[in-house]
Write a protein that binds this ligand. Structure first.
Ligand code: NAP
Length: 251
C-alpha cells in the first residue's frame, strides 16, 4: 500500500522545478497527479514522461491569476479523477528589485501570481474538499516570507509573507471541515528560479557562504517535506510552517 493510493493531488506551477519533482514523487506513491501551469510544452512533456513511468498524471493549462481558469481546471480534475485530496500552491515568480526600484506593474504581477494565485486555488478548492470530506493544502512560501534582508525583492517578500498568513487563516477557518493547511519555507533551492545566481560563480559563492550547510538545497529536499505535510502522517499538523533552508534562519 503506497502513501497516496487513491489520492488526487493538484500541483500549480508543476511543469518544472520543485513542482515537477513533487509530481513525480507523489505519482511514485500512487497518487493521481494533476499539474497546472502556463508552460504548456514543458507540462505536456512531463505528463508524457510520468505516464511512461506508469504514473497517472494529467497536465492542464492554468494561469493561477485567472479565477475562471482555476474553475475550469478543477472541473476537469473532478471529471477525470472524481476527487481533490491535496492542493500544492506552488506556482511562483521572483522579483529581486528593492521597494523604490519596483514598478507598480511588477508589484501587482508578483503579488498576483504568488499571493492571489494561492488564494484563488484555496478559495475554489476548499468547497470541493469540504464536499469530499476533507483535504490537505500545502503553500510553498519562502524563507523570504518569514524574515527579510536588504537584498530581498520587496514584492517577492511581501507575496510570500501573504502566503504565510493565508496558510494559518485557511487552517483555522476550515479545521472543522477536516481540511489541513501548512506552509513550507524553502531557502535557496537549485531550480531555474535561481539561475541568475547559479550562473554567476561569485554570487553563488556568496550565497553558499550564508548557508550553514554550505550549499543550495535540492528540489527533492523540499518535495520530501511537502509530501510529509500533505500525507496522513501529518494528520495533527495544521496552520504551521516548515523551514527548509540548510540552517540559514537559525543564525
Ligand atoms: P520554477 O522552476 O521557476 O517553477 C515555478 C513554476 O511556476 C514555473 O513553471 C513557472 O512558469 C510557473 N508559473 C509562473 N507563473 C505562473 C502562473 N501565472 N500560473 C501558473 N504557473 C505559473 O521555480 P521553483 O524554484 O520550482 O519554484 C516553485 C515555488 O518555490 C515558487 O513558489 C517559488 O517562489 C518557491 N521558492 C523557490 C525558491 C528557490 O530558491 N528556487 C526558494 C523559496 C521558495 P514560468 O517559468 O513561465 O514562470
Amino acid at each position: 500500500m503506497h502513501r497516496f493510493s487513491d489520492k488526487v493531488v493538484f500541483i500549480s506551477g508543476g511543469a518544472k522545478g520543485q513542482g515537477a519533482v513533487e509530481a513525480k514523487m507523489f505519482g511514485s506513491e500512487n497518487a493521481k497527479v494533476i499539474i497546472g501551469d502556463i508552460l504548456d510544452d514543458s507540462g505536456k512533456a512531463l505528463e508524457k514522461e510520468l505516464n511512461s513511468l506508469g504514473i497517472n498524471c494529467t497536465y492542464l493549462h492554468l494561469d493561477v491569476t485567472n479565477e475562471s481558469e482555476w474553475e475550469a481546471a478543477y472541473a476537469q480534475a473532478l471529471s477525470k479523477y472524481s476527487g481533490l485530496d491535496i492542493l500544492i500552491n506552488n506556482a511562483g515568480i521572483v522579483s529581486r528589485a528593492s521597494i523604490t526600484e519596483t514598478s507598480l506593474d511588477e508589484w501587482e504581477k508578483v503579488l498576483s501570481v504568488n499571493a492571489t494565485g494561492s488564494f484563488l486555488g484555496t478559495k475554489l478548492g476548499v468547497p470541493i474538499m469540504k464536499d469530499l470530506g476533507g483535504g490537505s493544502i500545502v503553500n510553498i512560501s519562502s524563507t523570504g516570507g518569514l524574515v527579510s534582508s536588504p537584498t530581498l525583492g520587496a514584492a517577492y517578500a511581501s507575496s510570500k509573507a501573504a502566503m504565510h498568513l493565508l496558510t494559518k487563516t485557511t487552517a483555522l477557518q476550515y479545521a472543522n471541515d477536516n481540511i489541513r493547511c501548512n506552509s513550507v519555507h524553502p531557502g535557496p533551492i537549485d531550480t531555474d528560479m535561481l539561475s541568475e545566481i547559479t550562473n554567476n560563480s561569485d554570487l553563488l559563492k556568496k550565497y553558499q557562504e550564508k548557508i550553514p550547510l554550505g550549499r543550495l538545497g535540492r528540489p527533492e529536499e523540499v518535495a520530501h517535506a511537502v509530501l510529509f505535510l500533505a500525507s496522513d502522517e501529518a494528520s495533527f499538523i495544521t496552520g504551521t510552517e516548515l523551514i527548509i533552508d540548510g540552517g540559514m534562519l537559525a543564525q
